[in-house]
Design a protein around this ligand. Structure first.
Ligand code: SF4
Ligand code: SF4
Length: 279
């Protein structure tokens, strides 16, 4: 079966790629050399004709900039979405201090994201080698993310909103990987701590049945992420303020340049490594 072969190839690529391990040239301390950034990915498949894609253009979803799979790749049939959980090295290392960002988290946000771009390109090539079209919007030069006035309802002053033409978390929701969280992450069966990637294709892969109905089905609204946030960017009433989170992360960018990160809302929380109450 094509999906099993694809999943196994992806697992092998993630396990064996040197880019998924902290190298000599980038390690902040010698003890970090050889540590892994991502564990085995979770893979799900969405239908490119799902009516939810068009809904992502709504200002309260991603916004009008969002492009559907068909708009990215004419003839699209499926979207392969994966969740790459952060390794214990990344997650546990970000628990040592309430504000200092762990080395692993810093690598995962910068070198780790560069690795995920290569994972996306690996999936594109794997599918193309078998005669299918494949395209990863996030890892293409056409990917665009902008601050745009008034497109995000969680920002009260309407002057600053974040939107993009492809959103991996929204894609993952449609493809059946998980549901949104108070902290504006996505809770999967392997938790919230990790990153997402995706590829659009015309390959006839079996579509995953979404095991949820609501946007927030997996979040218990326990408020633990809110208490963890050093920027007070999360409230039970309004969820995460992108503006407050971004300005805090910009401060972290100055402190940890050329890296950045925070992620305190994704550690020491019940959704860190699974769906709360279901482990
Ligand atoms: S910590 Fe609690 S409120 Fe926050 S995202 Fe996780 S389950 Fe939801
Ligand atoms: S990333 Fe940091 S600043 Fe942003 S919401 Fe999470 S804990 Fe708060």
């Amino acid at each position: 079966m094509l999906i099993e072969e694809l999943t196994q190839a992806l697992e092998r690529f993630v396990r064996e790629s040197p880019q998924n391990y902290v190298g000599d040239g980038v390690a902040l301390v010698p003890a970090d050399v050889g540590e892994r950034l991502y564990d085995t990915p979770l893979v799900k498949v969405g239908d490119a004709q799902d009516p939810l894609w068009a809904g992502m253009k709504h200002p309260e979803a991603v916004g009008p900039l969002f492009r559907t799979p068909e708009e990215w790749l004419p003839g699209a049939a499926r979207v392969v979405s994966y969740f790459a959980p952060f390794s214990d090295f990344v997650v546990e290392g970000n628990k040592n201090d309430p504000t200092e960002v762990g080395n692993g988290w810093l690598y995962a946000r910068v070198e780790g994201q560069a690795f995920l771009d290569n994972v996306n390109h690996f999936l594109e090539q794997w599918l193309r080698n078998r005669g299918y079209k494949a395209f990863s919007p996030y890892s293409s030069p056409e990917f665009q993310s902008v601050f745009e006035a008034g497109t995000n309802p969680d920002i009260a002053d309407k002057k600053l909103s974040f939107t993009s033409n492809w959103s991996e978390r929204h894609v993952a929701y449609i493809c059946g990987l998980g549901t949104f969280s108070l902290s504006k992450g996505l809770i999967t069966e392997r938790g919230v701590s990790g990153r997402f990637g995706s590829v659009i294709t015309d390959a006839p892969l079996p579509v995953t049945v979404r095991p949820y109905k609501g946007l927030y089905d997996y979040c218990t609204m326990c408020g633990a992420c809110m208490r963890q946030c050093p920027a007070s960017a999360i409230t039970l009433e309004h969820g995460k303020s992108h503006r407050l989170c971004s300005s805090y992360c910009e401060r972290m960018r100055l402190k940890y340049a050329p890296r950045f990160g925070c992620g305190k809302c994704q550690v020491h929380v019940p959704c860190e490594r699974g769906i709360p109450g279901r482990s």
